[in-house]
Design a protein around this ligand. Structure first.
Ligand code: UDP
Length: 408
């Protein structure tokens, strides 16, 4: 029995109906809240679907929370403490599971636990298409859809690993695979997925990040709105949805350097680090602004001159679109390994693994008239793919409509 399925569906849906139009069914967007990137991409696509005339209405769902036996949900919940406190252990798990034999074992065991809840949900919702934004969901969704009688429901996977794509993204039964980069596309193709099923559209990010890069005047206006000093150099430090990547250490280094900056630290769901940072006294003239999870990351990025972060795929892609140069401090072992090189190669950021290098880079780049900062801003614009969400929504809508018509 699926726990409170109807309530879940309406609770997690985006409740928008275009006046005067009958929506063409629903589309189920599946994700898991490991980090913040999967949900961010799913929401971005959902918003675009809502806008498209006659596209199916999106329903977002985390099957680990709402359609899996409790112990499975708890196991997935270990991701956050693991990447915060034991990243090497997470890296070992990533690599141990990252092969065809390991994947076959997972398909035959853990992934199956998701199937009954997912099946019940799909029976209740009868979506026109199912879209997976999480590698742990693909295979259960594919099996459930394959054994359903009647008109086939297309499965679309949206790969959220930027470069080092985990084997769980290789899902032979997917009707379409959206990749975030040419490197990810190569990996999917090399694993044998047919070219006509692959669409290299970029990683979907919310449109609030994709307006053209903020001008100096807009940055100042936004800072005022956000409670910052409008005319001061602003450096944003974050560590993804879980606030990982040594935030405390790096914030202390920046606060102790006496730089003429206002430092904004966004701690995500890491309330322990947030509470410790709230007690930190920065060395003047530095000022410090500390926040937990914020819903308006685009505004914070667009108000900043520079962003310091771990190499999260969504954060990188958002920063490229928002036009804020990156200093990448670290990466989660496994899925984020190649992301630093990607950013450094296109000239949109630098790799600063140690605190001393971080402080030096910030001091150099916030200097008025920094040519290096300007060059990074130009590189960001060239590397960004602001159309990704709209293009992904169009693809989903098209496949859903085609499935409704049936094979020709
Ligand atoms: N994010 C947010 N509010 C916060 C912290 C993070 O909305 O307070 C979002 C951020 O904008 C991005 C996502 O969470 O969309 C983080 O994704 P990323 O892939 O960078 O890292 P993850 O959290 O998945 O490890």
């Amino acid at each position: 029995m699926l726990p409170d399925a109807p309530a879940t569906v309406s609770l997690t849906s985006i409740p928008v109906r275009r006046p005067g139009r009958r929506p063409r069914g629903t589309v189920l967007l599946l994700l898991a809240d490991t980090g913040g990137g999967h949900r961010a991409s799913a929401l971005a696509v959902a918003r675009e679907l809502v806008r498209l005339p006659d596209a199916p209405v999106p329903h977002l769902l985390d099957p680990f929370t709402h359609a899996a036996p409790r112990p499975v949900g708890w196991t997935v919940g270990l991701y956050s403490p693991l990447i915060r406190h034991l990243p090497p252990l997470w890296g070992a798990l990533f690599h141990a599971s990252n092969s065809r034999p390991a994947l076959a074992a997972l398909r035959a065991t853990a992934f199956r636990l998701l199937e009954p809840g997912l099946e019940e949900l799909i029976d209740a919702l009868r979506p026109a298409a199912v879209v997976s934004f999480h590698p742990l969901v693909n295979h259960a969704a594919a099996r459930v859809l394959r054994r359903r009688p009647g008109t086939p429901i297309p499965l679309i996977t949206v790969v959220t690993d930027l470069v080092d794509v985990h084997s769980a993204w290789i899902c032979e039964d997917a009707d379409a695979v959206v990749t975030p980069s040419p490197a990810a596309l190569d990996r999917i193709r090399a694993a044998g997925i047919a070219a006509e099923r692959c669409f290299d559209l970029g990683l979907p990010v919310d449109e609030s990040f994709t307006a053209r890069s903020a001008t100096g005047a807009e940055r100042r206006a936004l800072r005022r709105v956000l409670g910052l000093e409008p005319g001061r150099r602003t450096v944003l430090l974050s560590g993804g949805g879980e606030g990982s990547g040594g935030l405390l250490r790096r914030a202390r280094a920046l606060c102790g350097a006496g730089l003429d900056i206002q430092l904004v630290v966004i701690c995500g769901r890491n309330t322990a680090v947030r509470d410790r940072l709230l007690a930190l006294q920065p060395e003047p003239p530095t000022t410090l602004h500390v926040h937990g999870f914020v819903p308006n990351m685009a505004e914070w990025m667009r108000a900043s001159d520079l962003m310091v972060t771990k190499a999260g795929p969504a954060t990188i892609t958002e920063a490229l679109c928002a036009g804020v140069p990156l200093l990448l401090t670290s990466h989660i072992p496994g899925q984020e390994r190649g992301n630093v090189d990607l950013v450094v190669t296109v000239g949109a950021g630098r790799h600063v693994p140690g605190e001393a290098a971080l402080v030096d880079a910030v001091a150099e780049l916030v200097r008025p008239g920094s040519v290096a900062l300007l060059a990074m801003r130009e590189a960001l614009v060239a590397a960004s793919r602001p159309e990704a969400s709209a293009a992904t929504a169009r693809l989903i809508s098209l496949l859903a409509a085609r499935a409704a018509v049936g094979p020709r």
